[in-house]
Ligand binder design. Structure first.
Ligand SMILES: *Cc1c(COP(=O)(O)O)cnc(C)c1O
Length: 423
């Protein structure tokens, strides 16, 4: 007997009754979402389908830079949606050109390639670095040096450049000539880099890998070593960019300029867009036909990102991010004086990590769940670091309220009987 075309007719879900359990019935099992189901957001606040309120310090994984439903972004999105949504790169794209002009005005960049995600921006960056070395030096100059615990996305090339083998193992042969070194280790870089190296890629603050800031010496030595060996220095600023750390891009905190920079996450404030920024000389290796994307430079995404960039690049906006970050770290350190559960509170601007110790050691997942129950959404970065990446527009008062909710969540975990096999 022929199987019916739709064998899941009994699995009809209406938007009124979506439950967490429905996720597992229709979605591939690579995600494990939280119990609460978001319904609506405004600024740094989010409400679930049961009407509970949350302070959203996860911000869609450091994406919702201006929070939820920002009026200026809603307006530009609907204005562009009423003109046209998509025409492809077969046409001159006004919103994309305007966004590229802004990115060039505010950074070292002279040329921009648009993609739809961080991984795609990095994919373009790595392909360009290989192609540039191939065009200008030799086919043998193909080594990419990356760092342990680095994260660059989930396409097969980018995940292989990323520094956690557990994410890239088990998918067959990997792209070759990628070397991983300990992060912030100048000597290791010195002894590995050679004229065969085409690029050194790093996150100025490792996000997924545990909120580990690069130190200034490491960055300037990396720049110097790249110069000596004609290798390109690539900064993956997918997480650290667009005001997240208190400068428009994190390299601007330092006396170091990369050759290629990737941006995504916060760039569209929740609308998918990625960008690769570089110089004219390097961009010349992306001749017509060498690379491309159907959706890259999507007019809605570019229009939204252009408005977002106008807001975020204002010096007052960036200095407010920096001072809210300082307040945040102070409030977290005060909390820690009471409970002694963090071995370190670190980060830059509004990208903050707390390394757990004592009874909370390796329990970042439990802290994230407990926080949600107490009305604050946070992230983890590995099993032993909780990560805060709130919307950049949150208020001083929301910083304090959020840390109070975090404190109640931690108090709850500390009085809870220890689970088997823990502590
Ligand atoms: C999130 C992230 C990526 C991947 O971005 P996607 O949009 O998920 O492809 C790459 N690099 C860094 C540093 C990131 O934080």
């Amino acid at each position: 007997m022929k199987a019916p075309a739709n064998r899941n007719q009994d699995l009809v879900v209406t938007t009124q009754n979506v439950q967490r359990a429905h996720h597992d019935e229709v979605m591939t099992p690579n995600y494990a979402p939280m119990e609460m189901i978001p319904e609506r957001g405004e600024g740094a606040l989010l409400w679930d389908t049961d009407g509970n309120e949350y302070l959203d310090f996860a911000a869609g994984i450091a994406v919702s830079a201006l929070g939820h439903a920002h009026p200026a972004l809603c307006k530009v999105l609907s204005d562009q949606a009423n003109k046209f949504w998509h025409v492809s790169n077969l046409f001159t794209n006004k919103p994309a050109i305007e966004l590229a002009q802004k990115l060039c005005r505010h950074t070292f960049a002279e040329r921009v390639f648009f993609a739809n995600s961080g991984a795609e921006a990095n994919e373009a960056a790595f392909k360009l670095a290989r192609r540039y070395a191939h065009d200008n030096y030799s086919a043998e100059k193909s080594e990419i040096i990356a760092f342990e615990n680095g994260f660059h996305g989930r396409t097969f090339f980018t995940v292989s450049v990323g520094g956690q083998a557990k994410y890239s193992d088990g998918f067959g042969p990997k792209p070759g000539d990628i070397t991983h070194l300990p992060f912030n280790d100048v000597e290791a870089l010195k002894s590995q880099i050679s004229d065969k190296t085409c690029a050194v890629v790093l996150e100025p603050v490792q996000g997924e890998g545990g909120v580990n800031p690069a130190n200034a010496t490491f960055l300037s030595e990396a720049r110097e070593l790249c110069n000596q060996h004609d290798a390109l220095l690539i900064f993956d600023e997918v997480q650290t960019g667009v005001g997240r750390t208190g400068q428009l891009y994190t390299y601007q905190h330092f006396d170091v300029t990369p050759d290629i920079l990737s941006s995504a996450k916060g760039l569209g404030g929740g609308f998918p867009i990625g960008a690769m920024l570089t110089t004219k000389r390097i961009a010349d290796s992306l001749a017509v036909g060498t690379h491309g994307s159907t959706f890259g430079g999507n007019p809605i995404g570019c229009a939204v990102a252009g408005t977002l960039l106008d807001i975020v690049s204002a010096p007052e906006f960036l200095s407010a991010v920096e001072s809210k970050g300082t307040d945040f770290v102070a409030a977290l350190s005060k909390l820690n004086q009471k409970f002694d559960v963090f071995s370190e509170v670190r980060g830059l601007g509004l990208l903050i990590g707390c390394e757990l110790q004592g009874p909370l050691k390796d329990r970042a997942g439990d802290v994230v769940q407990a926080c949600a129950k107490h009305g604050v959404l946070i992230l983890q970065a590995g099993s032993n670091v909780i990560r805060l990446a709130p919307p950049l527009i949150l208020s001083q008062q929301q910083v304090e309220e959020g840390v109070q909710r975090l404190q109640r969540a931690i108090e709850g975990l500390l009085v809870e009987p220890q689970k088997d096999g823990r502590g």
